[in-house]
Design a protein around this ligand. Structure first.
Ligand code: ADP
Length: 247
């Protein structure tokens, strides 16, 4: 398998708080990695670092063919090239409320990537149809359910044609009855071969869909392996304790 992401020695502090304390892992192309662990352990910061939404203090991260060493000076051009390799799906989707579904999706491709509007629109229509939103192109976010809004959030990230999709607790802001629909979309993207890294509390979903699980505890990866290894037979006490608390 081709390695798409490699992270070595990733560190990040906010003031005196050391949130990531030396993170190493790799992600193969076409696989799903689920990041699990206690609240406040650094999962979101880890994910945001992969898109330079949080800028690491140290460490080398390669995403596809862009490598950045955050221990040294990093130029704006480096950050832009690095960021363009991944698409980020926020917990609260962050849609523009005054733009329609279609306008939300084509904004990035047209304004940031300078792709022709007609091409971006055709692409957006296809992607929105693939998540069951073909008939909601002209709706505003407030006219959609939370689950539909999050599906637009996913499509908006996909429309930038990233090499990897990063999803930060994509279902945790949803009413319980809407969670399944969004997880089904993510599962479908996995089946299509999208490389994804997803921070999630949905352990059963992670067990079913992920190829690799990272258990993050106190700024370190305490355990890394397949779902069968990490979820069914954890070798680390902290992982076992965390999983017991969820069940
Ligand atoms: P998790 O996703 O595992 O819940 P986070 O990565 O969101 O953990 O946060 C880890 C720690 O870093 C928490 O203590 C959080 O309060 C802190 N933190 C996260 N982002 C910031 C920030 N921008 N400024 C200050 N502290 C932050």
């Amino acid at each position: 398998m081709t390695e798409l992401i490699s992270v070595t020695g990733l560190r990040k502090s906010f003031g005196d708080l050391a949130v990531l304390r030396g993170i190493d892992f790799t992600v193969d192309e076409g696989t799903v990695t689920a990041v699990i662990g206690p609240s406040g352990s650094g999962k979101t910061t880890l994910l945001r670092s992969l898109n330079a939404l949080d800028v690491p203090d140290a460490g080398v991260i390669r995403v596809a063919d862009v490598t950045v060493d955050f221990s040294g000076p990093v130029s704006g051009a480096d950050t832009a090239a690095y960021r363009s390799q991944s698409g980020f799906v926020f917990q609260n989707h962050n849609l523009f409320p005054h733009k329609t579904v279609l306008q939300n999706v084509i904004e990035g491709p047209v304004v940031v990537q300078r792709r022709p509007a007609a091409e971006a629109t055709a692409d957006a229509r296809d992607l929105l149809a693939s998540v069951g939103l073909a008939d909601r192109l002209d709706a505003y976010p407030s006219q959609l359910s939370g689950g539909q809004q999050q599906r637009v959030g996913i499509v908006r990230a996909l429309a930038l044609r990233p090499k990897v999709l990063l999803l930060d607790e994509p279902t945790s802001a949803l009413d319980p009855e809407l969670v399944g629909g969004v997880l089904a979309v993510i599962k479908d993207l996995a089946a299509q071969g999208w490389t994804m890294v997803v921070v999630t509390h949905e352990i059963m979903f992670a067990r079913k869909v992920a190829d690799q699980i990272l258990f993050v505890d106190d700024g370190l990866i305490a355990e890394r392996g397949t779902p069968a290894e990490v979820i069914d037979a954890p070798s680390n006490d902290r992982t076992a304790q965390f999983l017991r608390r969820l069940s």
